[in-house]
Design a protein around this ligand. Structure first.
Ligand code: FAD
Ligand code: DHB
Length: 393
């Protein structure tokens, strides 16, 4: 068995794991990233597209913001289509000038991989049977297999950034971990197409037939979603059927402008609210999707992962550079306080804009009242805007 020595072993080479490893490296703290899949596979996943300014600041601090600054689009507002109207939420006006950036998760991940390569960061791909050990001992270790050989890394800490289906959360004893979960009775069918976006800003649409979202990645790349039953399969949706259904859910003036084309990616994501508490067990820290999932309405998934990394990074800085573990010891409590607010916001926005299959006439009237209130109250719009641009860390 080959043995490695490091300070932090990071399980998972998604955005959470890569960002943390890059930030730590910039401060001289050593880590190894263990990723189950190939780099091509990780970069092939099309996921989030809207970054809070806090995330952008972290990418800057990690020295990874060159391309993001050039190619990312600043958005100072977005639209909500409902009852035949198209209303705008002015993010900048309601937040003292804050905005969000449209820049895909795939590009964030690509930039982080490149920065890790330039600095000689250790990222091991295609690793199998990753297992954390000795979580309650003075030092922990992780074992794995690669190309048929067994490996081990001794470390001070393990960070579980291995997503919802990873091994890290499962390593915490069931009697310690409490899981909170809500599964929604629908999914999002997403399409990526090489067509100009239908509008310059995002449009979230509430419609009798179900939710729809018009988003984008660039001036020539669009991302659209429609709410679908959980029983649907992406391969059963032809491109033509997708475009027809999307247009039916958009206001006429928007649908008339929509430019369609062949899809270059099509997939269905289920919607779930999930939180695991605590986010620390001994030497193991959970971060990102390994600890929590939000339904995507409001774009808080990737951004909540980034806020965990912010708290964890500052915890490690205190521990390693100042010999003060106070922030590290408060990690779970601090991260969870912000996570639950993102959970609340995503749950609210999901309820506001989706058609619930078992929803009653009363539910519909309450939903309509919620929307009417939103666009009749500056305070309600300010609350939405404050959450959308991202609550402070
Ligand atoms: P992940 O990106 O899941 O990364 C975890 C990594 O760990 C993966 O690369 C995985 O291969 C690796 N791994 C897993 N198990 C192991 C193991 N045992 N050993 C080693 N490595 C392992 N958010 C939004 O805001 N908007 C969206 O539109 C949106 N769409 C989404 C669509 C889908 C299908 C999914 C799954 C998520 C979506 N999200 C979206 C959420 C957002 O993408 C996540 O919040 C974000 O990816 C979290 O980053 P992460 O690094 O914590 O986890
Ligand atoms: C995107 C996804 C979201 O969940 C959202 O709220 C906004 C944009 C996107 O993939 O572009």
């Amino acid at each position: 068995m080959s043995t490695h020595q490091t300070q932090v072993v990071i399980i998972g080479g998604g955005p959470s794991g890569l960002l943390l490893s890059q930030l730590l490296h910039c401060k001289g703290i050593r880590s190894i990233v263990l990723e189950k899949h190939t780099r091509e596979y990780v970069l092939g996943r099309i996921r989030a597209g809207v970054l809070e300014h806090g995330f952008v600041n972290l990418m800057r601090e990690a020295g990874c913001s060159g391309r993001l600054n050039r190619e990312g689009e600043i958005h100072a507002g977005f639209h909500i289509a409902h009852q035949g109207r198209l209303d705008r939420i002015d993010l900048a006006k309601h937040t003292g000038g804050e905005t969000v950036m449209v820049y895909g998760q795939t590009e964030v991940t690509r930039d982080l991989y490149e920065a890790r390569d330039v600095m000689g960061g250790v990222i091991l791909h295609d690793v199998q049977n990753v297992q954390p050990h000795a979580l309650k001992d003075a030092r922990a270790y992780v074992t794995w297999e690669q190309d048929g050989a067994a490996h081990r890394a001794d470390c001070d800490f393990i960070v579980g950034a291995d997503g919802f289906h990873g091994v890290s959360r499962k390593s915490i004893p069931a009697e310690v971990l409490k899981e909170y979960e809500k599964v929604y009775p629908f999914g999002w069918l997403g399409v990526l197409s090489e067509t100009p976006p239908v509008a310059q800003e995002l449009i979230y649409a509430r419609h009798e037939r179900g939710f729809a979202l018009c988003s984008l990645r660039s001036r020539v790349l669009s991302r659209y979603y429609i709410q679908v039953p959980l029983t649907d399969r992406a391969e059963d949706w032809s491109d033509a059927a997708f475009w027809t259904e999307l247009k039916r859910r958009l206001p006429e003036q928007v649908a008339g402008q929509l430019e369609t084309g062949p899809s270059i990616e099509k997939s269905i994501a289920p919607l779930r609210s999930f939180v695991a508490e605590p986010m620390r067990y001994g030497n193991l820290f959970l971060a990102g999707d390994a600890a929590h999932i939000v339904p995507p309405t409001g774009a808080k998934g990737l951004n909540s992962a980034a806020s965990d990394i912010y708290y964890l990074y500052h915890g490690f800085l205190g521990h390693y550079l100042q010999g003060d573990s106070t922030a590290l010891d408060r990690y779970s409590e601090q991260a969870l306080a912000r996570v639950w607010k993102a959970e609340r916001f995503s749950w609210w926005m999901t309820n506001l804009l989706h058609r619930f299959p078992q929803g009653t006439e009363t539910d519909l009237r309450l939903q309509r009242a919620d929307l009417d209130y939103l666009f009749s109250s500056e305070a309600a719009q300010a609350s939405l805007a404050e959450n959308y641009v991202g609550l402070p860390y």
